[in-house]
Design a protein around this ligand. Structure first.
Ligand code: ATP
Length: 906
C-alpha cells in the first residue's frame, strides 16, 4: 500500500507515532541513527591539497619557479632556495586566506539553513530541517519550504506550489482524504506534500514519511546540483583590472631589464630581478584579499545580527539610498497590548502591559466590572475564539541563586496574543471557552484579505462565523452592528461613528482590530473565505499599542545623515502608521502618507511622480510593494526592501537589497532575500549598511596601499636603470617586500574600523569605479614619492660608500619598507594620516610591528644577511632612512593637512 492510500490511523501506526505527542527525543535520536540526517547528498568539495596546489598554478609563480631553476643551474643555491621558500610561504598564505573565506561562507549557509516546526514530546518546536526523521509530525503554514516528504493529516485551505518537482507553477490544493488508486502520479497525490515544494496559502499538519535521499526530491537530486555564483561586481571588475595591471607591470619590468642590460648589468641578475619585480608588482593576490575582506566583513555583520545570503549584497548595501521597512516588528517591538476597546457604543480602557494577564477595566473613565457587560464579554471571548495564539506560564531559574521566575510566554501572532491577554484580564480561561465552543473550520489570516475567520459550534449545536480583521475591511462585510443592548442596521451614520472611533484610536498609534460574527444556517457550508465573511454583525473594536523599538529613532536619524531615506510600508491603518512614523521621525513636515487604495489605482509611472515625497504607505497589500520598488528604482534609487510573507517575495527579489525577517520571515521570503535580519530589527539594517560601506572603504584602502607600494617598487628600479645606476634592490629583497611588507598590513587594512564619517557621506553611486574620489592620484603620487625617496637614500649612501653597493642596497631596502609601513597608516583615511588615531586598528599596529621586526632580523641576523644580501646599518644611515621614509606620508600629508585646515578656516 502506498502512503496516500492509507487512512490516517494506519499511517500513524506504520510510522509508530502518537498524533498528540509526536516523537520523543530519544526516539528521534534512534531514528536519526537508522535513517541518517535529512540531507541531500552534495557534490564533493575540492580537497585541501587540491586548493593548496591550486595556489601555484598562477602564471607568475610558474615564471618565478623557472627563475629558481635557472639560479639553481647557475650554482646560486642560496638564491634558489630562498625563492623556493618565499614561493611556498606565498602559497601557504593564499591557501589560508582561501580556506578562511570559504569557512565563513559555509558558516553563513548554516545560519540561514531552513527549519521545520515539528511535534516533539507534546510540544511544537522549531528544529533544523536536517534533524527531522520519518514519523515526525510537521506543521505547515503559508510561506514554508517543505523539508521532507509528508502524508497530510489535516489541511485548511492548503495550497502548495510544486513546480520544482512537477514543473507545474500553479499552486495545487491539498486535502487529507485517502486516495484509492495505486498508481497516482506525484502531481495528483493531493494528500501528500513533498520536499522542496512551497506552501503558498493556508495551513496543515502532516507526518514525515521520507527524508533525505529517500524523498522524491532525493531521487532527482543529481539534477539540482546547481552552483551559486559568489562573485561580486567589484571582484569581477578587479579581475579585469588585474589583467591590465599585469600587462602594464610586464611592460615596465621588461623595460627595466632591457635598460639594465644595455647599461651593462649581467643578464642573469637582470632577469632574476625582472622576474621578481614582475611577481612583486602584479597584484595577483588582490581578488583573494578582496574575498577575505568581504568574508570578514560578513562575519562582523553576523555579530550584528545581519546574515548575508548573497555576497554581492555587501557591496550594494553601501549604495542604498532608500530603505523601505515594514512597521510591525521591525520598527516596533511587536509586543501588542490591548488598551482601548469600543463595543455597543461604549468606550472601555484596560490597564496592564506585556503579556501579564492582569489589568483593570474602565468604562467611560470609571472602573467597571467587565463581567457586567454582555457586549464586552462577547467582544473579548470572540476575539479569543478567532485566534491561534496561546499563552503559557513558564518557570525559569535565574541568576546565581537560581531564583524561580515565572513569565508568560506567547506562542503565535502577537496581535492575537494581545486579544488572548485582554480576554484573560476579564477572567476568561481557555478551558471554559473550549467547553462552550468547538472549532470546525478556519480561514487563516492573510495580509491581502486582512481578515481571519473561524466557524465554531456552540454547545447548543448552533454554528457561527467569527471574523476579526482590519476595521475598514470588516465594516464593508457587515450588515448590522450591536449597539447598546440591541442589534441595529449598519447605517452610514453608524459606520461613520465607528470610523471616527477607529481614527481616534489610530491617532494614538493604536493598531485596531474589529470583531464581527454571524450565526450560520443549519445546512450552510462555507468552503471558501468569501462565503463565510459576508453579511456579518459588527461587535466592536479592540485597539492595541505596539511601542516603537527604542533604538530605531536614532538609527533613522543616522540613516538620514548618511543620505538614506527611510520609508514605512505597513498593512496597518493610515492613522496608526502616520502616528508611529511621526514618533520615529520618518514622517516629517512635507512627508506624504499614501494608502493602498490609491496605490492600486496608480500606475508605476504615476507613482514615480510623487514617490520621492512619500514617507508612509499604509493599508498596503504585499503586491503593492513591487510597485513601490519599481517607482523608486525608476527615480534612480538603490532600494533596500524588507518583507516576511510569501507575497513579499517578488518585491524582495526586485529590490536591490532584499531583506527578510529572521524570526517572523517565511522560507519563501528568506530565499528571495539577499540579507536576513536575525533579530527582525530596523537598527540592524542600519548597522549592515554601515558595515557594507566600511567593507567597501577597506577594500579601497588596501588596493590603495598595495598599488602605491607596487608603483614605488617599479619606479625605484626603473629610475635607477634609466640613470645608469647599479641595481638598488636585489631580487630576493623585492620578493621579501612583496610577501611581508605588502601582504600582512594589507590584510590588516581589510579589518579596519570605519572612519568617523562613513555614515555622514552620501551613498556611493553604484556606477562609481573603485578608483573614484581621487584614488588614482593618491596611488600614483604616493607611489612616485616612495620610489623617489628610496632612490635618493640609495644614491646618497652609494656616494658616501662607492665600493659598498650592498650597504646602499640595504639602505634602499629599509627605506622602501619603512616608507610603505608608514604609508599604510595614511591609507586608513580618505583625508590624511593626521585624521585618525594611529593605534586604533590593533591588527594593523601588530602587522606593522611584525613586518618591522622581521625586517630588522633580515638586516641584523648574520645568516639572514647572507641570504638577503644585507648589512647592519649605522645610526646615521638609520637617520637618513627614517627621514626619507617619512617624506611621502608625514611631510606631504602634513602639508596637505595644513592646506585643508586653512581652507576650512577661511
Ligand atoms: P507590516 O508588518 O507590514 O508593518 P502589519 O503587520 O501591520 O504590517 P498586516 O499584518 O498585513 O500588517 O495587518 C494588516 C491589518 O490586518 C492590521 O492592521 C490588522 O487590522 C489586521 N490584522 C493583523 N493581524 C491580524 C490577525 N491575526 N487576524 C485578523 N486581522 C489581523
Amino acid at each position: 500500500m502506498k502512503w496516500y492510500q492509507m487512512p490516517e490511523n494506519d499511517v500513524l501506526h506504520a510510522l509508530q507515532v502518537d498524533k498528540h505527542d509526536g516523537l520523543s527525543e530519544q526516539e528521534v535520536k534512534k531514528r536519526l541513527r537508522t535513517y541518517g540526517g535529512n540531507k541531500l547528498e552534495e557534490k564533493e568539495r575540492p580537497s585541501a591539497l587540491f586548493v593548496f596546489f591550486g595556489q601555484f598554478k598562477d602564471f607568475m609563480v610558474l615564471v618565478l619557479l623557472a627563475a629558481t631553476l635557472i639560479s639553481g643551474l647557475l650554482g646560486e643555491y642560496i638564491d634558489a632556495l630562498t625563492i623556493m621558500v618565499i614561493v611556498l610561504l606565498n602559497g601557504i598564505l593564499g591557501f589560508v586566506q582561501e580556506r578562511k573565506a570559504e569557512k565563513s561562507l559555509d558558516a553563513l549557509k548554516e545560519l540561514s539553513a531552513p527549519q521545520m516546526t515539528v511535534l516533539r514530546e507534546g510540544r511544537w518546536v522549531k528544529v533544523l530541517s536536517t534533524q527531522v526523521v520519518p514519523g515526525d509530525l510537521v506543521k505547515l503554514t503559508s510561506g514554508d519550504r517543505i523539508g521532507a516528504d509528508l502524508r497530510l493529516l489535516e489541511t485548511s485551505g492548503l495550497r502548495i506550489e510544486e513546480s520544482s518537482l512537477t514543473g507545474e507553477s500553479v499552486p495545487v490544493y491539498k486535502m487529507e482524504q485517502v486516495l484509492v488508486p495505486s498508481n497516482v502520479e506525484i502531481a495528483d497525490q493531493s494528500n501528500m506534500a513533498f520536499m522542496g515544494t512551497l506552501v503558498t496559502q493556508g495551513s496543515g499538519v502532516g507526518v514525515i514519511v521520507a527524508t533525505g535521499m529517500k524523498t522524491e526530491m532525493g531521487k532527482i537530486a543529481h539534477l539540482l546540483q546547481e552552483t551559486t555564483t559568489l562573485v561580486t561586481p567589484l571582484q569581477r571588475r578587479l579581475e579585469q583590472l588585474g589583467k591590465i595591471l599585469i600587462a602594464v607591470a610586464l611592460v615596465l619590468t621588461a623595460l627595466v631589464v632591457l635598460i639594465g642590460v644595455v647599461q651593462g648589468h649581467a643578464l642573469y641578475t637582470m632577469i632574476l630581478a625582472g622576474v621578481s619585480l614582475a611577481v612583486a608588482a602584479i597584484p595577483e593576490g588582490l581578488p583573494a584579499i578582496v574575498t577575505v575582506a568581504l568574508a570578514l566583513g560578513v562575519q562582523r555583520m553576523i555579530k550584528r545580527k545581519a546574515i548575508v545570503r548573497k555576497l554581492p549584497a555587501v557591496e550594494t548595501l553601501g549604495c542604498a539610498s532608500v530603505i523601505c521597512s515594514d512597521k510591525t516588528g521591525t520598527l516596533t517591538q511587536n509586543k501588542m497590548t490591548v488598551t482601548h476597546l469600543w463595543v455597543g457604543g461604549a468606550a472601555w480602557e484596560v490597564t496592564g502591559g506585556g503579556y501579564e494577564p492582569e489589568g483593570t477595566f474602565f468604562k467611560h473613565g470609571k472602573q467597571a466590572d467587565p463581567q457586567q457587560s454582555r457586549r464586552l464579554q462577547q467582544l473579548l471571548s470572540y476575539g479569543w475564539l478567532c485566534n491561534n495564539a496561546t499563552l503559557e506560564l513558564r518557570t525559569e531559574k535565574q541568576g546565581l541563586l537560581r531564583r524561580q521566575k515565572q513569565e508568560y510566554v506567547l506562542d503565535g501572532d502577537p496581535t492575537e496574543g494581545a486579544l488572548v491577554v485582554a480576554a484573560m484580564k476579564a477572567g476568561y480561561d481557555q478551558e471554559e471557552l473550549s467547553q462552550h465552543f468547538s472549532r470546525e473550520k478556519e480561514f487563516p489570516f492573510d495580509s491581502t484579505r486582512k481578515m481571519m475567520s473561524v466557524i465554531v459550534k456552540g454547545r447548543n449545536g448552533r454554528r457561527y462565523v467569527i471574523t476579526k480583521g482590519a476595521p475598514d475591511v470588516i465594516l464593508t462585510q457587515c450588515r448590522s452592528l450591536v449597539y447598546g443592548t440591541a442589534e441595529e442596521p449598519l447605517t452610514p451614520a453608524r459606520k461613520n461613528e465607528v470610523g471616527q472611533v477607529v481614527n481616534q484610536m489610530a491617532a494614538q498609534a493604536l493598531r485596531t482590530i474589529a470583531i464581527a460574527y454571524r450565526p450560520l444556517d443549519r445546512e450552510e457550508d462555507c468552503r471558501q473565505a468569501f462565503e463565510a465573511e459576508r453579511g456579518l454583525i459588527f461587535i466592536g473594536l479592540q485597539g492595541m499599542i505596539d511601542p516603537p523599538r527604542p533604538e530605531v529613532k536614532e538609527a533613522i536619524m543616522e540613516c538620514r545623515q548618511a543620505g538614506i531615506k527611510t520609508v514605512m510600508i505597513t498593512g496597518d491603518h493610515k492613522g496608526t502608521a502616520a502616528a508611529i512614523a511621526g514618533q520615529l521621525g520618518i514622517l516629517t513636515a512635507g512627508g506624504k502618507v499614501l494608502d493602498g487604495a490609491t496605490l492600486s489605482k496608480w500606475s508605476v509611472a504615476e507613482l514615480e511622480q510623487v514617490v520621492d515625497d512619500v514617507a508612509v504607505y499604509a493599508r498596503v497589500s504585499p503586491e503593492h510593494k513591487l510597485k513601490i520598488v519599481k517607482a523608486l528604482q525608476a527615480r534612480g534609487h538603490i532600494v533596500a526592501m524588507t518583507g516576511d510573507g510569501v507575497n513579499d517575495a517578488p518585491a524582495i527579489k526586485a529590490a536591490n537589497i532584499g531583506i527578510a525577517m529572521g524570526i517572523t520571515g517565511t522560507d519563501v521570503a528568506k530565499e528571495a532575500s539577499s540579507l536576513i535580519l536575525s533579530d527582525d530589527n530596523f537598527a540592524t539594517i542600519k548597522a549592515a549598511i554601515k558595515e557594507g560601506r566600511n567593507i567597501y572603504e577597506n577594500i579601497r584602502k588596501f588596493i590603495r596601499y598595495m598599488m602605491a607600494s607596487n608603483v614605488g617598487e617599479i619606479l625605484v628600479m626603473l629610475f635607477a636603470m634609466m640613470l645608469g645606476m647599479p641595481l638598488p634592490l636585489v631580487a630576493i629583497q623585492i620578493l621579501w617586500i612583496n610577501l611581508v611588507t605588502d601582504g600582512l598590513p594589507a590584510m590588516a587594512l581589510g579589518m579596519d574600523q570605519a572612519e568617523g564619517d562613513v555614515m555622514k557621506r552620501p551613498p556611493r553611486s553604484p556606477t562609481e569605479g573603485v578608483f573614484a574620489r581621487g584614488l588614482t592620484w593618491k596611488i600614483l603620487s604616493r607611489g612616485f614619492m616612495i620610489g623617489v625617496v628610496t632612490l635618493v637614500a640609495f644614491s646618497l649612501t652609494l656616494e658616501a660608500h662607492p665600493d659598498e653597493l650592498i650597504r646602499a642596497q640595504t639602505v634602499a631596502f629599509v627605506t622602501l619598507v619603512m616608507a610603505q609601513l608608514i604609508h599604510v597608516f595614511d591609507c586608513r583615511s580618505e583625508y590624511s594620516i593626521y585624521h585618525r588615531n594611529l593605534f586604533e586598528n590593533r591588527y594593523l599596529v601588530g602587522a606593522v610591528l611584525i613586518s618591522t621586526l622581521l625586517m630588522l632580523a633580515v638586516i641584523y641576523y648574520p645568516p639572514l644577511q647572507v641570504i638577503f644580501h644585507t648589512v647592519a646599518l649605522t645610526e646615521r644611515e638609520w637617520l637618513l632612512v627614517l627621514a626619507m621614509a617619512s617624506i611621502p606620508t608625514v611631510v606631504l600629508g602634513g602639508l596637505q593637512f595644513m592646506k585643508r585646515s586653512k581652507a576650512a578656516s577661511k
